[in-house]
Design a protein around this ligand. Structure first.
Ligand code: KG4
Ligand code: ZN
Length: 321
């Protein structure tokens, strides 16, 4: 049996969790800063870092208490080291290093994108190999996992990430930050055929979402208020979901893969989850909704399956390695 404490501060969620054998969540605390950043219409890195600093110790303490675990029972302390905001990553990593030293437990470095994929191991029996569609605020990738830690990126966005497109279109429609959940809710009430938006034609397995965002902008500029926001949201979402599914199924077919895994904040999207499950010829794994967006349970799972034991001088990185 292996028990890990996970710590996550890569963006605007301060999170800590205790996970057993990479599958069972003993506790998971997520303190969202959304209300703090909402008035700015997006995450302000400096403000985010200060908030993490104020709350990280309490969040970790809560996670340990809720799991009824003593430091001696931990096999290690795992922390997200990138990609993400350098200033916020450093807060979580400093806390994790201090505890690793004070408690005499190993420190493990976890990659944020890999952790999103590992959210699928929680409360499930999933094992590699599989094809993963990773769709978050900063990344959109199709990855072939041959083993727990060996992921080959086969396709990715050439410009905006899917989540970024959601957030930008939400701003155009006056729906605030973050845009994904708001568009998802509205889309369910709108007509997806009301507007014809381009999917973004890119050869192979890559994506492009900037043309779609511009098409929505042009359409909005031509419309008289009040905006038909539900129809716009539904038509936009339809274009995003269509292309994400088309390329993922193309990879699945070409590789003959027998499982598809959804991961990242946009994996919470109801339209994407439902449609992919309807259209896929093979089983589709999706994390529970609360485990799609940033959390530390996925870091605890990643520690078990693919964490790297590191020394206390490990640093953080802002871009994917
Ligand atoms: O994975 P995540 O929490 O953070 C990053 O690592 O980037 O993803 C956040 C992104 C945001 O862009 C947010 O708008 C999007 O996930 N998102 C959604 C939904 N819930 C969150 N997008 C579409 N539909 C949703 N239900
Ligand atoms: Zn994330």
């Amino acid at each position: 049996m292996a028990i890990y404490l996970g710590v996550e501060t890569s963006c605007d969620e301060t999170a800590a969790a205790v996970v057993e054998n990479g599958r069972r969540i003993l506790s998971s605390i997520v303190l969202s800063q959304i209300d703090v950043h909402q008035e700015f219409g997006g995450v302000v890195p400096e403000v985010a870092a200060r908030k993490h600093l104020e709350t990280i110790n309490f969040v970790i303490e809560d996670a340990m208490k809720a799991a009824s675990i003593s430091p001696r029972q931990l096999d290690g302390i795992a922390c997200t080291v990138g990609p993400g905001l350098v200033g916020t990553l450093l807060i979580g990593l400093s806390a994790a290093k201090a505890l690793s030293w004070a408690w005499g437990r190993p420190l493990l470095a976890v990659d944020h994108l890999l952790a999103h994929v590992c959210a699928n191991y929680l409360d499930s029996d999933l094992e590699p190999p599989f094809v993963a569609l990773l769709v978050s605020g900063g990344h959109t990738q199709i990855i072939h996992f041959r083993s727990y830690s060996d992921g080959e990126i086969l396709g990715q966005t050439r410009d905006d990430a899917a989540g970024e497109a959601y957030d930008k279109v939400a701003r155009l429609l006056g729906l605030g930050y973050p845009g994904g959940p708001a568009i998802d809710r509205l889309a369910a009430q709108g007509d997806a055929k009301a507007f014809k938006f381009p999917e973004g034609v890119v050869p192979g397995y890559d994506f492009s979402f900037s043309g779609l965002k511009t098409a929505v902008k042009r359409t909005v500029e031509k419309l008289e208020p009040p905006l038909p926001t539900a129809d716009l949201a539904a038509s936009f979402q339809d274009a995003v979901v269509r292309v994400l599914i088309k390329k993922t199924l193309q990879v699945q077919r070409d590789l003959g893969a027998n499982r598809i895994v959804l991961a990242g904040g946009v994996a919470a999207n109801q339209g994407l989850r439902t449609r992919l499950k309807e259209l896929s010829p093979v089983p589709v794994y999706t994390p529970k909704l609360v485990l799609c967006t940033d959390n530390a349970a996925m870091v605890g799972a990643a520690a078990h399956f693919c964490g790297r034991a590191v020394s206390l001088d490990v640093g953080v990185y802002s871009r994917q390695r």
